[in-house]
Design a protein around this ligand. Structure first.
Ligand code: CAA
Length: 263
């Protein structure tokens, strides 16, 4: 992955196997402008291509993961602009990334910020995290997937309440409802540190199996149970064609650590 400098995001490698992408529009609380999302998609695609990287961590600042789509950019847009130019449609490109993306959320994750976190594979929250879909207060509804991904994650009644009242929800609620996998202990930077540690663990596994696992879990959000189970079994069977399956199972039988070749 190149060390290219971007205007709206920062890229670093806290470990050779982990890419850390930090949203960096502090004055706008990381509002997700179109240029920011273009950069984010480019950086994620580069991380996906880089064989040395096994997982990506996406974070913002202590005050805001992201306070939503950029309202100042949106406010004068007309229907014909947003329709013809497929406004926000490129956001979902990140769901095609094969490597796991872990969101480390502190502070505000509102509107598009909440939707961005929901497009990641795992969300870790700091106790300060505040989620919400406040678009109703702007005369619109979520447009980055919030109505759908939240409904899948937490059910109709809660999603309806959040989308129609615009009320925020806390890290504790997010954990209770299963939006986040867990709340990480207090302390500045703690949630990012924990996400990097998790990314390192994931990156230490065989990449083929990791990517198969990500694809298969995500299929649960698209397919019926019967189709999903069939898909899982096919992918599981397919992994018997990999060297990593031979190595992983031989290493277990021989009581040694496996050496993955990611093939
Ligand atoms: N877009 C553009 N600018 C934003 C922004 C956003 N979503 N959120 C914050 N900012 C800007 C503010 O305008 C302000 O800029 P100025 O200093 O130039 O005035 C700066 O960031 C700091 O914000 P505040 O002064 O408001 O900070 P605060 O601490 O008082 O409040 C906040 C924080 C509660 C998050 C508040 O900023 C806020 O309510 N933001 C908007 C949240 C929102 O409505 N998000 C949904 C956006 S729509 C969307 O996302 C659509 C979709 O589904 C894709």
């Amino acid at each position: 992955m190149s060390t290219k400098e971007y205007a709206n995001i920062l890229i670093s490698r806290p470990d050779p196997s982990v890419a850390l992408i930090t949203l960096n529009r502090p004055k706008a609380l990381n509002a997700l402008s179109s240029p920011l999302f273009i950069e984010l998609n480019e950086a994620l695609a580069e991380a996906d291509q880089d064989d040395a990287i096994g997982a990506v961590v996406l974070t913002g600042s202590e005050k805001a993961f992201a306070a939503g789509a950029d309202i100042k950019e949106m406010k004068d847009k007309e229907y014909s602009d947003v329709f013809k130019n497929k406004f926000l449609e490129n956001w979902a490109l990140m769901t095609n990334i094969r490597k796991p993306i872990i969101a480390a959320v502190s502070g505000y994750a509102l509107g598009g910020g909440c939707e961005l976190a929901l497009m990641c594979d795992i969300i870790l929250a700091s106790p300060t995290a505040v989620f919400g879909q406040p678009e109703i207060n702007l005369g619109v509804i979520p447009g980055g997937g919030g109505t759908q991904r939240l409904a899948h994650a937490i059910g109709k009644s809660r999603t309806m309440e959040l989308v129609l009242t615009g009320r925020n929800f806390s890290a504790i609620e997010a954990e209770k409802w299963g939006v986040v996998s867990r709340i990480v202990g207090e302390g500045e930077g703690q949630v990012v540190k924990e996400a990097i540690d998790m990314a390192k663990v994931i990156a230490s596994k065989g990449k083929v199996a990791v990517q198969a696992g990500k694809e298969t879990v995500n299929a649960a959000y698209e397919l019926s149970l019967a189709e999903g189970l069939r898909f899982e079994r096919r992918i599981f069977h397919g992994l018997f064609a990999t060297k990593d399956q031979k190595e992983g199972m031989s290493a277990f039988a021989e009581k040694r650590k496996p050496t993955w070749t990611h093939s």
